[in-house]
Design a protein. Structure first.
Length: 180
């Protein structure tokens, strides 16, 4: 009886821990330093603004953003930049989550709000994970909550498009279908 109870208790604890493990995906990146590099850099100390151009790369753990131009700015009270606006044809984003899955995104403009752990993709925005993808005029990705919101430009022919690609069938799947 005690053995059965401890087995049940351990299963309940495991189930209780699963949601927190899912919520933790990608969070380890945000405790790592951010490295920004480019071919050219202009710093406006008075206005707390940094502009980088030509082959801009931002790395923070597995998070990677590539762009043609990046503007980093901070409020007067902030000690370092907190808002990063990457522009490109397109600018790209990728990150490997803690479970090994990778998220990829691209847009003409990617705004990264570092303290909020939020990305805003605008202008021909697309985000994908695995074989599924979404596209629209504006996509907001909350890195902390792991939620994506997409919207169209509001024009009549503008729509949000989501594509779910089915998993390819394997030989085992086809044998199972033959023998119901």
């Amino acid at each position: 009886m005690l053995k059965r109870f401890s087995s049940l208790l351990s299963k309940l604890i495991l189930v209780a821990l699963i949601p927190s493990a899912v919520m933790a995906q990608g969070k380890s990146d945000f405790s790592k330093p951010m490295e920004v590099e480019s071919s050219k850099e202009e710093l406006d100390i008075k206005n707390n603004r940094l502009v980088l151009t030509d082959n801009v790369i931002i790395r923070q753990g597995t998070l990677l953003i590539r762009a043609d131009r990046l503007e980093a700015s901070a409020s007067e009270s902030a000690e370092q930049a907190d808002i990063f606006i990457a522009e490109g044809t397109p600018a790209t984003y990728s990150q490997t989550l803690d479970d090994g899955n990778e998220i990829n995104a691209e847009a003409k403009k990617i705004t990264y709000f570092q303290s909020e752990q939020r990305l805003e993709l605008s202008g021909d925005a697309r985000i994908s994970q695995g074989s599924s993808s979404s596209s629209g005029s504006l996509i907001t990705y909350d890195l902390n909550k792991q939620t994506v919101t997409a919207s169209s430009s509001g024009e009549e022919d503008s729509r949000v498009i989501t594509i779910f690609t089915p998993k390819p069938k394997t030989d085992t799947d086809e044998k199972n279908n033959e023998n119901p």
